[in-house]
Design a binder for this molecule. Structure first.
Ligand SMILES: [Zn+2]
Length: 72
């Protein structure tokens, strides 16, 4: 017995368009969050470090090497 795929119904519902003004604050928040994360992975050490010591550096050390930041 051959199976057939039913054609889409003629009254199919189209997805609602995303309003850009509604997602813009979340996009900005995500970008800021990624920039903070990138800072901690890439530049959080030495004289400009937010947290003293090497704890943050050690926690993100593998990500640092994965992304190709100069390290050691
Ligand atoms: Zn390293």
């Amino acid at each position: 017995m051959a199976q057939t795929i039913a054609p889409p119904a003629t009254g199919a519902v189209a997805p609602a368009p995303l309003p850009l003004k509604a997602i813009a604050p979340w996009a900005v928040f995500g970008i800021v969050l990624m920039m903070v994360l990138l800072y901690f992975v890439g530049a959080e050490q030495g004289a400009t470090s937010v947290f003293s010591g090497t704890d943050v550096h050690e926690w993100v050390h593998d990500g640092r090497h994965l992304l190709g930041f100069p390290c050691h």
